[in-house]
Design a binder for this molecule. Structure first.
Ligand code: NDP
Ligand code: GUE
Length: 292
């Protein structure tokens, strides 16, 4: 039997509709409009595509979108000055600095200049630490989107064996924290992991965030596993994930496709975090069902 194709695109569209409703209520009850500022340094074509779709979906949800494009040779001081202005701007509730940044810029200094309450990516040290210690945080968008898809597919994750492949600060580590928060038993694998197929074979949940086209094969999987493919790899054959979808669907219970899986959820969760940041900035309760 072939696995369920987890329709991240449709799930994200439903999530955005719920966000738009809550944004309309916020406007009506409190005359507040959430605002998201996106900062893009340089002209990386893939980044341009994401930034454009983020701006479009922000406006469609009834929020304000502010785009700031800096040339590839912009200095770190210029970037920090811009972040300082956005931190002080009452119309801006969320700030996203598109990564990667050009090599001459210190990424962590820039990210940590973002006001913690406006850090809708959840990438500052303060928000990473809050998530890791179980305190109220802004949760990184991609892992939050993966968690929502997993809960939707499996219900309670308590006691499930989860294997996260990849240990980056923006995907793998926060994903592991979220799965622990839902009481899964979590293994984090990486490039030094010995016998990765054997590690993956014990997992009820596999989250692949590696950046290697179609690395995870169907015969690595435990029959009935739920597989979340975070990978976005541009190959000559087009956009592919980190999971070999064709062989995975023969063994798994459910698999996310690329495109149309995690990617659209990432952007929807960015909108969710912007709404959450706006509510928190105004001492209102968190929006229902959006914070993970
Ligand atoms: N859909 C979405 O919204 C998003 C998608 N992405 C995509 O997700 C993927 C991962 O992104 P990101 O976390 O930023 O990537 P990083 O390059 O920061 O991290 C990759 C991780 O994979 C591990 N790894 C590399 N090779 C292997 C291997 N052969 N076996 C096991 N582990 C390996 C690395 O291990 P080590 O630490 O030892 O080097 C590292 O921990 C990329 O394809 C990226 O484009 C990213 C963000 C959002
Ligand atoms: N500060 C920061 N925050 C990020 O969240 C961030 C970032 N920098 N840098 C780049 C990565 C990557 N990322 C994606 C978002 C959406 C899709 C997405 O919607 N993908 C579509 C396909 C899009 C296409 O065709 O290119 C899909 O999977 O269906 C993919 C990748 C966010 N990132």
């Amino acid at each position: 039997m072939t696995a369920t194709r987890i329709d991240g695109k449709a799930h994200a569209a439903r999530l955005r509709a719920r966000i738009a409703e809550q944004v309309a209520e916020l406007k009506q009850a409190h005359d507040l409009v959430p605002g998201l500022a996106v900062v893009l340094v340089g002209e990386d074509p893939a980044s341009q595509v994401y930034v454009a779709s983020k701006g479009k979906q922000t406006v469609e949800a009834g929020m304000k979108s502010f785009e700031h494009r800096l040339p590839a040779d912009a200095t770190q001081a210029e970037l920090l000055a811009l972040i300082g202005r956005l931190n002080a701007d009452a119309e801006v509730h969320g700030i996203l600095v598109q990564l990667p940044l050009p090599g001459h810029i210190n990424e962590s200094e820039v990210i940590n200049a973002i006001a913690v309450k406006k850090d809708v990516d959840g990438f500052t040290v303060a928000n990473s630490g809050r998530l890791a210690t179980g305190q109220r945080a802004m949760v990184p968008c991609t892992p939050l989107g993966c968690l929502m898809l997993l809960r939707d597919q499996m219900g309670d994750l308590s006691g499930k064996e989860a294997v996260v492949i990849g240990r980056s600060n923006i995907v793998g580590k926060p994903m592991a924290s979220l799965l622990l928060g839902d009481n899964a038993t979590v293994t984090v694998a990486h490039s030094r992991t010995k016998d990765l197929p054997e590690v993956v074979r014990r997992a009820d949940i596999v989250v692949a965030a590696v950046g290697r086209p179609e690395m995870v094969k169907g015969d690595w999987l435990k029959p009935g596993a739920v597989v979340i493919d975070v990978g976005i790899n541009r190959t000559e054959a087009g956009l592919v994930g980190d999971v070999d979808y064709a062989s995975a669907v023969e063994i798994a219970a459910a698999v996310t496709p690329v495109p149309g899986g995690v990617g659209p959820m990432t952007i929807a969760c960015l909108l969710a975090n912007t709404l959450t940041a706006c509510c928190r900035a105004n001492d209102l309760p968190d929006p229902a069902g959006l914070t993970g």
